[in-house]
Design a protein around this ligand. Structure first.
Ligand code: DX5
Ligand code: ZN
Length: 218
C-alpha cells in the first residue's frame, strides 16, 4: 500500500442508488469522500447541494472532503461545517483578497482548509497562504465536469507546488483533482502528490472496489 490518500469523487456516483455507492466507498480502502459542490456560476455546471450532502454524511464512515466550486464561498462556510464537512476547499479564483479571512473562518469552524487552483492559475498565488492551509488542490482539468482528459502540465505544476511547500517548511498536502487514473497516478505521486481524487475512473469501472485498491497500491 502506498502512502497516498484516495478520495473517490461522488460526482461520478449513481445518484439513483447513492447509498450503494457510499457503502462501496465505506467498504473500500479509500480514505476520504470527495464531494463536488457546483453553483452554475463559478463553473458552467450545477452538481448538488445541501440535502444531498446531508444524506451522504448520514451513511459515510470516512472524512468528507468538500470541494466548493461556487462564488462567494464565505457565505456558506458555517453551513458546510454544520453539515459535517471535515475538509473545506475553496477556489483561489473565487476568493481574491478575501482568502486570508476565509482561511480563518474555515479554521474557526474546526474544518481543515484547502485552496484549489485552476490549471491556468499561477502557482505563485499560493505563496502567501502555504503556511496556513492543510492542502492545495491542484486541478488536473478545468473544474465543472467529471470524465475530462487530464492536462499534462499538471505533472510539472505538482512538482512546483511541492518545491514551494518544502521551501516554506509547510506541512500542507497536495491533492490532484480531475483526470486521475491508474496510468498517471504513479508519476503524480513521484512529483509530490499526497491525495488522489478520482471520479469516473473509479465509478465507471466494473469493479470500483478493486480500482480504488489499485490506486492505493501504486
Ligand atoms: C471537477 C471535479 C472533480 C471531478 C473528478 O470539476 O472537481 O472532482 O469529479 O472527476 P474525474 O476523476 O472523472 O475527472
Ligand atoms: Zn473536485
Amino acid at each position: 500500500m502506498g502512502k497516498q490518500l484516495i478520495a473517490p469523487s461522488i460526482l461520478s456516483a449513481d445518484f439513483s442508488d447513492l447509498k450503494s455507492d457510499i457503502e462501496m466507498v465505506n467498504e473500500s480502502v479509500a480514505d476520504w469522500f470527495h464531494i463536488d459542490i457546483m453553483d452554475g456560476v463559478f463553473v458552467p455546471n450545477i452538481s448538488f447541494g445541501m440535502p444531498v450532502l446531508k444524506s451522504i454524511k448520514e451513511y459515510a464512515n470516512k472524512p468528507l472532503d468538500v470541494h466548493l466550486m461556487i462564488t462567494n464561498p464565505k457565505k456558506y462556510v458555517k453551513k458546510f461545517a454544520e453539515l459535517g464537512s471535515d475538509i473545506l476547499t475553496v477556489h483561489h479564483e473565487a476568493c481574491g483578497d478575501e482568502m486570508l479571512n476565509l482561511i480563518k473562518d474555515i479554521k474557526k469552524c474546526n474544518m481543515k482548509v484547502g485552496i484549489a487552483i485552476n490549471p491556468d492559475t499561477k502557482i505563485d498565488v499560493l505563496k502567501n497562504y502555504i503556511n496556513y492551509i492543510d492542502l492545495v488542490c491542484l486541478m488536473g482539468v478545468f473544474p465543472g465536469f467529471s470524465g475530462q482528459k487530464f492536462i499534462e502540465s499538471t505533472f510539472k505544476r505538482c512538482k512546483e507546488v511541492k518545491k514551494l511547500i518544502e521551501q516554506n517548511d509547510s506541512k500542507c498536502l497536495i491533492e490532484i483533482d480531475g483526470g486521475v487514473t491508474t496510468l498517471n497516478a504513479k508519476k503524480l505521486i513521484n512529483n509530490g502528490a499526497d491525495i488522489l481524487v478520482s471520479g469516473s475512473h473509479i465509478f465507471k469501472d466494473k469493479d470500483p472496489i478493486k480500482k480504488i485498491s489499485d490506486l492505493k497500491q501504486i
